[in-house]
Design a protein around this ligand. Structure first.
Ligand code: C5P
Length: 230
């Protein structure tokens, strides 16, 4: 079990690029996240390669479908032996409960979490979708639904972490992307936070992509962030 809270988002477009990045990182200091870009091009092979190198993998495919399809997709992920997998909370409580119960029935220990509101979305983006609550209120609503559906935690912005820990308790895991050092560019993220503030707010795991993968020396940047916690 890795004690580091950092999950590096390997948003690469090919297996070689992904493995070059992984080979430069230490599996004792971080986990790796495989998302849609990498998985669509490489499939389960990239997960196997990361496992062989000793990394625990968060398969971030954000499933969103009818309950049976969502639950079966979660089981397929668990069959690959991933540490964590996710679905969209907006798929609804039926999809979440079915996925969780099938994992339990199969004896898998893969963590199942839900995406609340993407950290790239602002209040006005939600309004465009006909959601007239603030991002913060909508996150709370979806996170509460997730907890009541028996899942292990949610993906949310670190800016919402304090509120969610207070309302949903310490055991409910918070996974926060949108992490940037003060000196980094925000890119397309809106609700961002520094690594140190994210932990102080109650985040359990920090998903960090471009801030590490875009650095000249990703491993050095990882060390820089970890040192900043002490
Ligand atoms: O490069 P950056 O640090 O912005 O990468 C963030 C990663 O976290 C991306 O892989 C993105 O897909 C993912 N993510 C996110 N917001 C969510 C869920 C996942 O940014 N709500």
């Amino acid at each position: 079990m890795v004690s580091s809270p950092i999950i590096v988002a390997v948003d690469k477009h090919d297996l070689n690029g992904a493995l070059t990045l992984a080979d430069g990182l230490d599996p004792k200091l971080c986990r790796l996240k495989v998302g849609k870009e990498l998985f669509t091009i490489c499939g389960p092979k990239v997960v196997q390669e990361f496992h062989q190198r000793g990394f625990e993998v968060f398969l971030d495919l954000k499933f969103h479908d009818i309950p049976n399809t969502t639950a079966q997709a979660v089981l397929s992920a668990a069959d690959m032996g991933v540490w964590m997998v996710n679905l969209h909370a907006s798929a609804g409580s039926k999809a979440m409960m079915l996925a969780k119960s099938r994992l339990q029935a199969g004896g898998y220990n893969t963590m199942l979490i839900a995406v609340t509101v993407l950290t790239s979305m602002s209040d006005s983006d939600l309004m465009e979708l006909g959601i007239f609550s603030t991002a913060k209120d909508h996150v709370l609503k979806l996170a509460t639904l997730t907890k009541n559906s028996g899942l292990d935690g949610v993906v949310c912005s670190a800016q919402e972490a304090q509120m969610l820990k207070q309302v949903l308790g310490q055991e409910f895991k918070l996974i926060t992307p949108g992490i940037r050092l003060a000196t980094d560019s925000a890119d397309d993220q809106h609700r961002i936070c520094t690594p140190k503030d994210a932990l102080a707010n109650g985040s359990d795991y920090l998903v960090i992509g471009r801030s590490i993968t875009g650095a000249n020396n990703p491993n050095e940047k990882l060390h820089l962030i970890l040192n900043d916690f002490n």
